[in-house]
Design a binder for this molecule. Structure first.
Ligand code: AMP
Length: 565
């Protein structure tokens, strides 16, 4: 029985299999090993997944969605046209596409998978990932922590019995660092830290900002199209710099050509503040794991932005050793999942655990805030237990009623990091009534106690009164019931996936549509004509002609976009 390994990522996903003694990535119908985690509906209501859907993000924003991994395990529903999907279902559609690619290459039906998840995923998000698998017709043999997957891609699980690793994962918009320990054949994630608002995109932005500043320009003075072009040049240039080549940024602003060269030295000076920000989570993770820099035996690089020499250099200096980076950092996690799948097939899977002794999210309650004018604004989130606090933990915070006549309060219990309660996850609520014969502003003590099993107990007590009100929250509301899974399974199986054979042509059409929207003037007209020609060939259904015209159109679009694809 073949088991596949899947990296179900926020921006891209990939699937691999253990074959001929190694973990091999499986290409999709377009020949790519990375499939964008983007899902959409086409005009017939059929499902589109991957690059075609990504092309349509701009042209069909109401029918396309991305980055839904962030909502796994929450009851939130995402609208596509007149349908609504949970993040689990959207992930299931990505998984279904990957499963189909694997079946196509392997020539057999695949029913089992190992899926990787971020080390910081809580129990609800992990259960949600398993459900996504189930909805895609895959039994999830096990979930594998992403940093562990990266480590085993490098074979680190076969090292001496007691070793410690650091996994450095810098993607487009997020940064994660994990400290792993291999001990007695078990890989344990000892500490995780990171920054959800720091990634490769910020390095690109720094280049654009510097260009504007050097000509005394600001973002608001620029046309959207010029800014988009500068951003694209900076993105390409950043990649050139990785290959040690300086590059130029140029744009016509108010009829004048403004050009500026960016050397490697210039770039490195520009992004120094960002590099410094990368250092802090690393230090925090080391501290949390009680490990010194020189006790790290290996550093593993993950994520596209970890390719930048400036990042590589910072890590080398910090640890006095070179990071391991010979596997493509976008593919490392999927390769590791494939290794684990192979081990599972041989019944020798590595055990992999996360530290369970911190509470992963902030827990708090909803409050109204008083302004100097005496007015109140409700809906604010007031944290009681901060995320990453060691458990078990018990914290009490004092609140007060809003007016003298208030006879009851409703304590709403939320989990999350947003300052507005409604943007966090409502776990439960507790209503407390005060004796009717009393009045006055009251002090209320709210105590949250969180134990090692993830059970939260909330106690509410009005100061001076005897009664203590209590609620225990065990069930996570983000988890779907059995009946709901069955219902969604039926709905999903009724959805048609787009036939594989047409993928390439559909991608070309979607890309052409996107470029037509982006460009103006002559370029727009040329694109329109080229598209018409291709559509006419599709209409005539002559395979040879379609192939030739597809190639022609693709070359033309590549030329316009500077061979970006
Ligand atoms: P990805 O991991 O492909 O989602 O890419 C995430 C980030 O990595 C993006 O911000 C890219 O700009 C960046 N990136 C990808 N390749 C390179 C490269 N060769 N040099 C510098 N940054 C890169």
């Amino acid at each position: 029985m073949t088991i596949i390994g899947i990296d179900l990522g926020t921006t891209n996903s990939a699937v691999s299999v253990w074959k001929d003694g190694k973990s091999q990535l499986i290409p999709n119908a377009l020949g790519d090993v990375l499939t964008p985690s983007v899902v959409g509906l086409d005009d017939n209501g059929d499902i589109l997944v991957g690059r075609i859907a990504r092309e349509r993000l701009l042209t069909h924003p109401l029918l396309t969605t991305s980055a839904f991994k962030r909502h796994m395990g929450t009851p939130r529903e995402i609208r596509l046209g007149d349908r609504r999907f949970r993040a689990e279902e959207l992930s299931a559609l990505v998984l279904r596409a990957l499963k189909a690619d694997a079946e196509n290459m392997l020539g057999e039906t695949i029913t089992e998978a190992i899926i990787s998840v971020p080390a910081y995923f809580n129990d609800t998000q992990r259960k949600a990932t398993r459900m996504a698998g189930e909805l895609a017709g895959l039994k999830v043999e096990r979930l594998l922590n992403e940093p562990t997957a990266a480590a085993i891609a490098y074979g680190l699980h076969q090292q001496k019995p007691e070793t410690q690793f650091l996994v450095f994962d810098l993607g487009g918009g997020t940064f994660d660092v994990s400290i792993l320990e291999l001990f007695d054949g078990v890989m344990e994630v000892k500490a995780v830290a990171g920054d959800n608002y720091l990634g490769g995109e910020d390095f690109t932005d720094a280049i654009v900002d510097d260009y504007l500043a050097s000509f005394g320009l600001t973002v608001s003075m620029m046309e959207r199209k010029t800014l988009a072009s500068l951003r694209e040049q900076a993105e390409q240039g950043k990649r050139e710099l990785t290959r040690h080549k300086p590059f130029k940024l140029s744009a016509v602003v108010s009829g004048e050509l403004k050009e500026r060269e960016v050397s490697r030295e210039r770039f490195e000076a520009l992004v120094q503040p960002l590099v410094d920000r990368l250092r802090r989570p690393i230090e925090r993770a080391l501290l949390d794991a009680s490990i010194e820099n020189d006790q790290i035996d290996e550093i593993v690089m993950v994520g596209g932005a970890s390719r930048m020499p400036v990042v590589y250099g910072m890590l080398s200096r910090m640890f006095g050793r070179l990071p391991a980076a010979h596997i493509d950092p976008d593919e490392t996690v999927a390769v590791g999942a494939g290794v684990q799948a192979g081990m599972k097939e041989r019944n020798e899977a590595l055990q992999d655990i996360v530290m369970t002794d911190v509470c992963p999210y902030t827990l708090g309650t909803e409050v109204a805030m008083a302004y100097a004018t005496g007015e109140y604004e409700s809906g604010h989130f007031s944290p009681i237990i901060d995320r990453n606090t060691f458990v078990p933990v018990s914290r009490v915070k004092r609140f007060s009623t809003m007016n003298e006549e208030q006879k009851r309060i409703v304590v709403k219990i939320y989990q999350g990091e947003n300052r507005l309660a409604a943007n966090n996850l409502l776990l439960g609520e507790l209503e407390v009534e005060f004796p009717p014969e009393t009045s006055g502003i009251r002090d209320i003590d709210i105590r949250y106690t969180y134990d090692i099993n993830g059970i939260l107990e909330v106690e509410v007590k009005a100061v001076g009164l005897e009664d203590v009100h209590r609620i225990v929250i065990e069930e996570n509301p983000g988890i779907m019931s059995r009946e709901e899974i069955e219902r969604r399974l039926t709905q999903l199986s009724a959805l048609k996936m787009h036939p594989r054979e047409q993928e390439h042509n559909r991608l070309l059409l979607a890309r052409g549509d996107r470029m037509y929207e982006e460009r103006l003037g002559d370029e727009r007209e040329w694109i329109g004509l080229a598209m018409q020609r291709f559509e006419a060939a599709l209409h005539r259904q002559d395979e040879q002609e379609i192939r030739e015209e597809a190639e022609r159109l693709e070359q033309f679009l590549n030329q316009l976009e500077g061979s970006r694809h």
